[in-house]
Design a protein around this ligand. Structure first.
Ligand code: PEP
Length: 276
């Protein structure tokens, strides 16, 4: 049976089960994700070992975002081991092709097996001068081609201290989604003060912000906002992942540091799956 038909049947069955146990239909439709952002880490041998060790769970979608040069080998490792792992890039260019030295286009990513792409990560906003306008151009280009953008938003420590969080997130979202009508994307709420610091938000704090993000998405896209997965990112690990994933508006996690060790990452997948 073709893979797409198998997945279609699997999703139908899952939705029916979730609805029969009384889950809110929009929550049942929403996918849960555990996504790894390896950043600029791992070589070929280390990535092969990682894919060998990873254990998936049908209740959550696992996506790995390796550095660009490891995308194609990662695609081959995933196929070789017949694992249900999605592949994502950490960045993409907004143009179809052309004189953009060092950049990668959407079709190049799809060519090597990518289905997802992280856009607007705070490290790229900081080191590569990305702003809401470039993020928006990239999001549109990705959606047009059928890649799923993982749009990162988040406030700095200073903005949080000045009580500007909602204003910042709302501006980032409306900038990234200017003239976007599709809801085929993921949002990752990644407070900058929590990234790589070991100081995550609490699950309750994150839930409050996620509910706010969903309200902004509803203003922008109407009821389709209920279908958009909103992930938490920022020092998520095996100790706090269950708390995050148990919240009604937190549809999984985007994981940096803790995704590098396959044992920790496996644990996170299983813990998040239990909360679905
Ligand atoms: C990230 O940068 O996307 C991230 C979530 O990092 P960490 O988990 O290491 O805080």
């Amino acid at each position: 049976m073709e893979e797409s038909i198998k997945n279609y049947i699997k999703n139908l069955v899952r939705t029916a089960i979730e609805q029969s146990v009384g889950t809110h239909p929009s929550m049942a439709r929403r996918k849960k994700y555990v996504i790894a952002n390896w950043k600029m880490n791992k070589n070929l041998a280390e990535s092969a070992e990682f894919f060998q060790k990873i254990i998936c769970n049908d209740a959550v979608s696992v996506v790995i975002c390796p550095p660009t040069q490891l995308l194609y080998p990662s695609h081959l490792f995933i196929k070789q081991q017949s694992k249900e792992i999605g592949l994502g890039a950490q960045n993409v260019h907004w143009a179809e092709k052309g004189a953009y030295t060092g950049e990668t286009s959407v079709s190049m990513l799809q060519d090597v097996g990518c289905e997802y792409v992280i856009i607007g990560h705070s490290e790229r906003r900081q080191y590569a001068a990305e702003d809401d306008e470039t993020v928006c151009r990239k999001v549109k280009q990705a959606i047009k081609a059928g890649l799923i953008p993982i749009i990162c938003i988040g406030e700095s420590l200073k903005q949080k201290q000045l009580s500007q969080t909602e204003h910042v997130l709302s501006a980032q979202l409306s900038g990234a989604l200017k003239d976007v009508t599709s809801s085929r994307f993921i949002v990752a709420y990644e407070p900058i003060w929590a990234i790589g610091t070991g100081q995550s938000a609490t699950a309750e704090q994150a839930q409050q912000i996620h509910a706010f993000i969903r309200s902004v998405l509803t203003q922008l896209l109407g009821q389709n906002a209920e279908d958009i997965s909103i992930l938490y990112g920022g020092s998520a690990n095996e100790k706090n992942v269950a708390d995050f994933c148990s919240m009604p508006d937190i549809d999984g996690v985007l994981v940096g540091g803790a995704s590098l060790d396959p044992r920790t990452f496996n644990e996170m997948i299983q813990l998040c799956a239990k909360e679905v």
